[in-house]
Design a protein around this ligand. Structure first.
Ligand code: NAD
Length: 438
């Protein structure tokens, strides 16, 4: 498998799986004592499954949907990764997301491998009954491929705690008479969910940003007090980040969703914008705000930019126009390798997805442990544990970057490459300890 930084027509190659491979190859060149061929093993998914399944729609017609589940690695533990419902889901997107999960679980140091799933569908055109049928049928088609000790799903774009409840229920019907709660995380609180899971991705990102700032990653910006923040995406990751960053002293100057963005230079009323979205389905047009496009939001002058929606938002063609001093990635894969190089050259640090949004899988791990122990931890305990894990992971990545960049004669690395080097080392170590079977 080779990486393709540029497609044959000279355009930037935006295939997420090619991007993931390219990132891993670059990082592997900094890993010491990696046996020949090991990176090829580590970057290929060990299993890719496609399922095609019918659903009877409300009008009596039948529609066939395509779903995927990719297990990228089970070296460090069972596969772990969300399920996405989106019209643009492709097998290569799911493969990329699964590989980023492997590296993320290694960086945040939870005993999971990486996995991901997706169904190509447009949730905005489906009602609740359709979504329930899609979920149940998709999970039943996956059969024994998921399980509490093999591959454990979670929420991602356009799936939520309700979707996870249907997943649990379907799996539990297929496996009566045992504790099935650890088969899926992100469940409702009264169905084995964990306190703090709902906001875990955003809260983890907040803790990571605070730690990075305190360690001087951005010159002259040591805390969030008064920091001007722009956020693309207003779902689980983005909307909760808006609230939590604001509560931590930041000024949220812009937010957006799939319909466009809203900006207010002296600070948005985040709760009013949420109420407006609740009422109208969009952040656009919230009282006292000016309407902007998603593209404009990415190039606003601000201290911190939080891309919290989709992949490939900051690319070769707009990275020069970014005017943020610091970027942290609640979304997976929002910055392309070409953009990474441009941003690094311009001195704009990027706290990468596999670190910045790892709070989600971290609290998913806490939920899994609670389910196995038949326990429920209190919110404060979850938050404290999350903060410790996030700070430790930020420190490990910053230290890895200093260590690599202190070597003589090597090209300096950005934080993404440092995080990937750390992750590859951790996964490779365990692979070698276990030995290549047989
Ligand atoms: P979500 O479904 O809750 O929200 C998605 C948001 O993105 C919505 O506000 C939607 O309007 C917006 N959006 C969709 N298309 C857009 C576009 N073209 N431009 C701008 N905004 C657009 O999803 P989420 O869980 O918040 O996931 C967002 C990102 O965070 C994804 O990359 C996901 O992989 C990542 N992530 C989520 C979690 C989690 O626990 N939910 C964990 C780690 C990473």
């Amino acid at each position: 498998m080779t990486a393709h930084p540029v497609s044959s027509d000279g355009q930037e190659d935006l295939n997420p799986f090619h991007i993931a491979a390219q990132q891993a190859d670059r990082a592997a060149s900094y890993v010491r004592r990696l046996p020949p061929g090991m990176i090829d093993l580590l970057k290929r998914p060990i299993r890719t499954v496609t399922v095609e399944f019918p659903i009877e729609m409300a009008d009596g017609g039948v529609r066939t949907f395509t779903g995927y589940r990719v297990l990228h690695s089970n070296v460090r533990g069972p596969g772990k990764g969300g399920i996405r419902y989106h019209p643009d889901v492709t097998v290569d997107e799911v493969r990329a997301l699964a590989s980023w999960m492997t590296w993320k679980c290694a960086v945040i140091d939870v005993p999971f491998g990486g996995a991901k799933g997706g169904v190509t569908c447009n949730p905005k055109e489906l009602n609740e009954a359709d979504l329930r049928k899609i979920t149940r049928r998709y999970i039943s088609e996956l059969g024994e491929l998921i399980g509490p000790h093999t591959d454990i799903p979670a929420p991602d774009m356009y799936t939520n705690a309700q979707t996870m409840a249907w997943i649990y229920d379907t799996y539990a019907m297929m496996h009566p008479g045992r504790n099935n709660l650890p088969v899926v995380t992100g469940k409702p609180l009264d169905l084995g969910g964990s306190h703090g899971r709902h906001e875990a991705t955003a809260l983890g990102c907040l803790y990571a940003v605070q730690r990075a700032l305190a360690r001087d990653v951005v010159k002259g910006l040591r805390t969030l007090e008064g920091a001007r923040v722009a956020i693309q995406g207003f779902g689980n990751a983005g909307a909760l980040a808006a609230q939590l960053f604001r509560d931590a002293g930041a000024v949220i100057i812009a937010v957006s969703d799939s319909t466009g963005g809203a900006v207010k230079e002296d600070g948005l009323d985040v709760y009013a914008v949420s109420a407006h979205k609740e009422k109208t389905g969009s952040v656009v047009g919230a009282a006292g705000t000016r309407t902007i496009t998603n593209a404009e939001l990415l190039t606003l002058e601000c201290d911190i930019l939080l891309p919290s929606a989709l992949e490939n938002q900051i690319r070769r063609d707009n990275a020069e126009s970014v005017r943020a001093r610091f970027i942290a990635e609640p979304a997976n894969g929002p910055t392309t390798p070409a953009a990474d190089r441009i941003l690094f050259g311009r001195g704009i640090p990027v706290l990468p997805d596999i670190l910045a949004n790892s709070g989600g899988v971290c609290v998913s791990y806490f939920e899994w442990v609670q389910n196995i122990e038949n326990e429920q931890w209190d919110l404060e305990g979850v938050r404290q544990r999350l903060r410790v894990k996030m700070e430790r992971a930020v420190d490990a990545v910053l230290d890895k970057q200093s260590q690599i960049n202190g070597r003589r004669g090597v090209e300096p690395v950005d934080l993404r490459t440092a995080a990937l080097v750390l992750a590859i080392e951790r996964v490779a170590n365990v692979a070698l300890e276990r030995g290549i079977w047989p």
